[in-house]
Design a protein around this ligand. Structure first.
Ligand code: ACO
Length: 422
């Protein structure tokens, strides 16, 4: 069997952009479809992907079999996409490096291609001045070794919207208006932007969200999205303060509506959107992906109308610049710890004194021994407060005499949540 280095020598590594007319760009898209076992992308799909993709200015990295070698093609054997956006830390917004579309062909797997592209890409993120990187995973065992830790969750629920559905005491002081998704735009853009600025753990949305919200494309069906419907909630003042995009899945029992996107700026607008969903005729069940601390079951007179189907990991975070990242998050008590961070890639490695005061922290590299030891993966998990320091300590992932002090300083605040998948 070839050694990994010999194998890499037979490949050309390149970074492209979606606006390029290089045939390898279309090949890159086909390789992603192949890697995720989807149908080949057609011309319309490719055009939309290029049009929206260009706005995020992604770097499309890949490895192609070299000209003259058997199997040389415009379709690469490895893909890796990344682009910039922002993360709401709970205190402020910071630049965030988004990683996506990671695939390696079955013929080239386990020869270090992902490792090589990840190392290269993390370095580009550092050079772009992004203190954190994020991704969503296909399998839970891959990305911890690269310093990514699970940071936010989402919950898949099914809500019984038959006569059993009743909201205790909710009165809608505004009103709902049903609209075609195309007419509704740019309400989803504007309300999401407000929600993003207000929500700990929210990631900005890549441009393709506009394509989905306008029903221009259904990625699974690879055709125009003909089933997407929309509705806006107006406050008592007549201003949009919530919206929902949804699909009726058909009349088969139980007739089901699936929520594709739902944003509410106030708790009252949230309940009003649910009142609306529950009132859709010829519907007995609503499928929804929501936050861990969803208020809906607490608002129902019969909590059994709300059934959690799955709790899923969502955003994984990777700290690249410890002082920039930690000084941008909220702190809940004054104190001092020295973090000893292990990071095989070097970016977060070292000992760092964190001194919090009045909700903010000063972070500096020091040469004294740490009072708390952890690795980059655990640092990523703790960053947004999606897991407490004491829970990770109980899991054996955070150790040292300063653990309780760090818990007092770092634990607290709202549960982080993201409405952005990519
Ligand atoms: C952000 C995203 O896009 S998530 C989507 C990820 N992509 C997919 O799931 C599509 C299908 N899978 C694939 O395309 C490939 O198997 C990949 C991309 C997951 C892995 O690519 P490879 O080139 O085979 O990985 P590579 O050889 O660089 O392995 C790097 C390390 O990860 C480990 N690893 C790779 N895949 C897996 C896995 N599925 N589960 C656990 N460990 C894994 C390897 O053992 C290796 O470990 P080590 O270096 O610590 O010894």
């Amino acid at each position: 069997m070839d050694t990994p280095s010999t194998d890499h020598d037979r490949l050309d590594f390149a970074t492209l952009t979606p606006d390029s007319d290089d045939p390898r760009v279309a090949g890159w898209l086909q390789a992603v479809a192949r890697g995720f076992h989807e149908g080949r992308a057609g011309e319309e799909s490719e055009q939309l992907w290029r049009r929206y993709g260009c706005r995020d200015r992604p770097a499309l990295k890949g490895a192609w079999i070299r000209e003259g070698e058997y199997g040389a093609s415009a379709i690469p054997v490895a893909t890796f996409g990344s682009f910039g956006g922002t993360l709401n830390t709970g205190a402020t917004e910071v630049p965030l490096h988004f990683v996506t579309d990671v695939t390696v062909a079955p013929s080239h797997r386990r020869r270090g291609l992902l490792r090589r592209m990840m190392a290269d890409d993390l370095q580009s993120a550092v050079e772009a001045g992004r203190p954190l990187a994020a991704l969503t995973v296909s399998e839970g065992g891959i990305y911890g070794r690269f310093g990514y830790g699970l940071a936010t969750w989402r919950t898949e629920v099914e809500v019984d919207v038959t006569a059993r559905f009743k909201l205790a005491g909710h009165v809608d002081e505004g009103r709902m208006v049903v609209q075609e998704p195309e007419e509704m735009w740019p309400v989803p853009r504007d309300l999401f932007a407000q929600w993003h600025r207000a929500t700990r753990g929210s990631l900005s949305r890549p441009a393709f969200y506009e394509m989905l919200a306008r029903a221009e494309w259904d990625w699974e069906a690879q055709s125009k999205d003909t089933r997407l419907r929309g509705a806006v909630h107006l406050s008592a003042d007549g201003e949009p303060d919530g919206y929902v995009l949804y699909r009726h899945e058909g009349w088969d029992r139980p007739p089901t509506v699936t929520v594709r996107d739902l944003v509410a700026l106030t708790p009252s607008a949230y309940l009003s959107l649910w009142q609306f969903l529950a009132g859709i005729d010829l519907t007995e069940r609503v499928k929804y992906s929501g936050p861990l601390d969803d208020p809906l079951p607490w608002a129902l007179t019969d909590t059994h109308a709300y059934r959690v189907v799955k709790q899923l990991d969502h955003i994984w975070l990777r700290v690249l610049d410890v002082p920039a990242a930690l000084s941008a998050r909220p702190w809940y008590a004054d104190g001092t710890v020295v973090l000893d961070v292990a990071d095989a890639f070097g970016h977060a490695a070292g000992t760092w004194r964190v001194t919090s005061s009045g909700g903010e922290a000063k972070v500096e590299r020091v040469s004294e021994p740490g009072t708390v030891s952890l690795d980059a993966r655990s640092l990523g998990s703790l960053y947004l407060g999606g897991v407490s320091v004491l829970t990770l300590a109980a899991a054996g992932q955070v150790t040292g005499p300063g653990v309780e002090e760090l818990a007092a300083m770092a634990d607290g605040g709202p549960v982080p949540y993201s409405l952005t998948s990519f």
